[in-house]
Design a protein around this ligand. Structure first.
Ligand code: AMP
Length: 302
């Protein structure tokens, strides 16, 4: 079961990655932006109210968004989990969401923050094109040659969202800074926040998300790799220990042999030195005898 929030600035890739996780793990993406766009397209009462704020890059009022989210989370496919994309976007929405999730017995597991540099955000937003039919997101950098989406037997036209026009992008980034960014602190304090580098290839980002959520093979591989590395290191250090012990033993026995050899040599030296001492004693005796004889001779002459 997956119950997560994707947090991040406009253009951080929340929608794209939510669609990938949805396809891979069969958990519905619940995007407040998509719900609002759908309401606008169907010209519902809520949609008509939301339209102006959306086109200006402002947040739509909380009661409109909360109504849509509450309704979406009550649908059968969301009972086994959800990927919230673009909601909550301010602290009141975060507080209401946690109340709602307690009510329906589905507390949040993780909040993933997609960390992307502002320069990249602007490039992505300005270059984003969307399929009119299926909502698939493209970038002008990697657009299909015919400018259409090939999904669902293809040929669907791509368009630029009104709020992806340059003059609106700046406003949306401002709104993120002032109203949504404080949620990073909020979810950090609750111990729910994990940060993902949201740049690089789509696959690399998805893998990072899976690892952060401890899902799929990649996380298992990571832990297996780590275990293998650890046991390799242990064997290496064991071998190194045995080698060191052998070296010490070799050194010890060499020192013993050396000591024994030194002992032997000094014993031999001693043995050779003794007679020398004896002879010196004899000589001294001789000298003493001689000198005493001389002295005796001298004294008798007087
Ligand atoms: P998005 O597709 O998430 O970038 O959202 C597009 C626009 O929908 C935003 O610029 C807002 O005007 C509006 N919107 C989406 N989600 C919310 C929300 N949680 N609260 C208020 N407005 C929202």
């Amino acid at each position: 079961m997956m119950r997560i929030v994707l947090l991040g600035a406009p253009g951080s890739g929340k929608g794209t990655q939510a669609q990938r996780l949805q396809a891979k793990f069969n958990v519905p993406q619940v995007s407040s932006g998509d719900l609002l766009r759908d309401a606008v397209a169907r010209k519902t009462a809520l949609g008509l109210k939301a339209k102006a704020a959306m086109e200006a890059g402002q947040l739509v009022s909380d009661d409109i968004v909360l109504g849509l989210i509450r309704e979406r989370l009550s649908q059968p496919d969301a009972q086994q989990g959800f990927i919230l994309d673009g909601f909550p976007r301010n602290s009141d929405q975060a507080a209401t969401l946690s109340k709602l999730l307690v009510e329906i017995g589905q507390p949040l597991q993780t909040v993933l923050l997609m960390d992307v540099r502002t320069k990249t955000l602007i490039e992505r937003l300005a270059g984003r094109r969307v399929c009119k039919h299926c909502g698939k997101v493209f970038s002008i950098a990697t657009l299909p040659d015919d400018m259409t989406c090939a999904k669902n037997l293809g040929g669907h036209e791509l368009f630029q969202r009104a709020d992806d026009k340059e003059e609106v992008i700046a406003k949306r980034l401002d709104v993120y800074q002032s109203q949504t960014k404080p949620l990073i602190d909020h979810y950090t304090k609750l111990g729910l926040l994990k940060v993902i580098k949201g740049e690089g290839s789509l696959d690399a980002i998805t893998t990072r998300m899976e690892i952060a959520l401890a899902l799929g093979k990649s996380s298992i591989n990571v832990s297996k790799k780590t275990t293998k590395k650890k046991s390799k290191a242990r064997t290496k250090s064991k071998n190194a220990g045995a080698k060191a012990a052998k070296k010490v033993a070799k050194k010890k026995s060499a020192t013993k042999l050396k000591k024994a050899a030194v002992k032997k040599t000094s014993a031999q030296k001693k043995a050779r030195a003794k007679p020398a001492v004896k002879s010196t004693k004899k000589q001294t005796k001789k000298v003493t005898k001689k000198s005493s004889k001389k002295l005796v001779k001298k004294s008798t002459r007087r």
